[in-house]
Design a protein. Structure first.
Length: 358
């Protein structure tokens, strides 16, 4: 069949919503020819290269955009992936978003974000409903806690492509290597000849995030292998001191730790809150950092809140986001196949709060 046909409409035809029919009429081509070019099948259909170039040029000039709904029906895909963000914890740093967005853009797909209460996400009807509502091919779930085995089994039975972010389970998840991070932080201080190294966390029995265990376990392993006694200190949860206006129980607990006769010369802090409590307490006591006290914290970036860059074990959130997208694309192609957990190496970010013990 000839590519050309009689042009039945004037060359000046324009449409507010140009279609394949619009382009075909504008160029005097068959709709089949235009369709093959725009769908990438022109060479297969032996359409001349110059005709392909003309079609693409006119389509661009007319502002043609493919009908996403029709394309989704044909391909069985929407070209969307969703990030389901739990309202509990609200952990969504810029680095994580950057990793997600960059990876998504490189695959020419779209990204939609939705938030929901933690208990709603745990409902077995939530993911199927959300995928339909958002026209999503798969979901990345950023939830502070993991899921029960029965829930994960239900997702696999239904063939829902889902990847779990920043939780630790055997399959279909991406998380930083917090166990290694605890070791890295402690080994740095040991190499600087510190022996009295304390691990500082907040006493939160309800917080069951895997990092609470893994960071401490990495610290304890490094200390024991070096022949040192681990020293765990827990701060109380945030609360004001009734007899001290502006006082805080966390800072007071850190101050008491730093005034003990065998006080630590170095601190590994679970997160920035614990590190800030120590820095504030050291400031009250007139202690210099790092001359009198070295500090390493876990965080997603160097923090300058106290006008001093704190030595930081980064949880590599950019890389976590990238890995989550790559895993989800695999899950979309093979939704019934469990994919082994991907553990992302952490990184040490150089600060100015550590120095060798003199």
């Amino acid at each position: 069949m000839s590519e050309e046909r009689q042009n039945t409409r004037p060359a000046s035809v324009r449409s507010a919503h140009p279609t394949i029919a619009t382009i075909a009429a504008q160029m005097g081509l068959s709709r089949a020819t235009v369709t093959h070019v725009l769908n990438g099948r022109a060479t297969e259909q032996r359409i001349k290269p110059e005709t392909q170039e003309r079609v693409l040029k006119v389509a661009h000039e007319l502002g043609y955009r493919a009908n996403a709904a029709a394309r989704a029906v044909r391909a069985g895909r929407f070209g969307n992936i969703a990030l389901v963000q739990s309202l509990y914890g609200q952990y969504l740093p810029d680095e994580l978003l950057r990793g997600l967005a960059t990876a998504i853009a490189s695959h020419d797909i779209r990204f939609v974000l939705t938030q929901a209460p933690d208990r709603r996400i745990s409902d077995e009807t939530y993911l199927p409903h959300t995928m339909r509502e958002l026209s999503a091919d798969g979901v990345i779930i950023n939830r502070h806690l993991g899921f029960a085995e029965t829930y994960l089994a239900h997702i696999h039975r239904m063939g829902i492509p889902a990847v779990f972010l920043n939780v630790k389970q055997e399959f279909d998840c991406v998380h930083p290597d917090d166990l290694s991070g605890g070791r890295i932080a402690t080994e740095l201080l040991l190499q600087m000849r510190h022996e009295r190294i304390a691990y500082l966390d907040t006493d939160e029995p309800e917080n069951r995030h895997y990092s609470k265990h893994d960071r401490r376990a990495g610290y304890e392993q490094a200390m024991q292998e070096a022949g040192r006694t681990p020293r765990i200190s827990l701060l109380p949860t945030a609360r004001p001191l009734p007899d001290r206006p502006g006082g805080d129980a966390r800072i007071e607990a850190a101050r008491l730790l730093l005034t003990q006769e065998d006080r630590p010369t170095a601190i590994v802090a679970y997160e920035i809150a614990e590190a800030m409590a120590v820095v504030h307490a050291a400031h009250i006591l007139g202690m210099r950092i790092p001359q009198d006290l070295s500090i390493v914290q876990f965080h997603h970036r160097i923090d300058l809140r106290y006008f001093i860059p704190i030595q930081t074990v980064s949880n590599a959130m950019t890389e976590v986001g990238t890995a989550a997208v790559e895993m989800l694309l695999e899950k979309i192609n093979h939704p019934q196949m469990p994919l082994p957990a991907r553990v992302v190496p952490v990184k040490m970010l150089e600060g100015a709060t550590c120095m060798p013990l003199r």
